[in-house]
Design a protein around this ligand. Sequence first.
Ligand SMILES: [Zn+2]
Ligand SMILES: [Zn+2]
Length: 66
Amino acid sequence: MLCLDCHTQDVTSPAVGVCRACGAAVCASHARVTRREVRRRPLLAPPSDVSPRTVHCSLCAAVHAG
Ligand SMILES: [Zn+2]
Ligand SMILES: [Zn+2]
């Protein structure tokens, strides 16, 4: 997959992730990775398959940052 943000600028870059919000593929320079802070983890909680990281494209990152 190719970075959507780069594609709109007539640049071709391989994508390293997918925006969680809009589903756009993003390259390393356009990806905005947010680490989720997990402070409490119950001992009896089942293993979570939710990634502790959230990837957003530059557009969605700007929206969510507001
Ligand atoms: Zn890009
Ligand atoms: Zn997005």
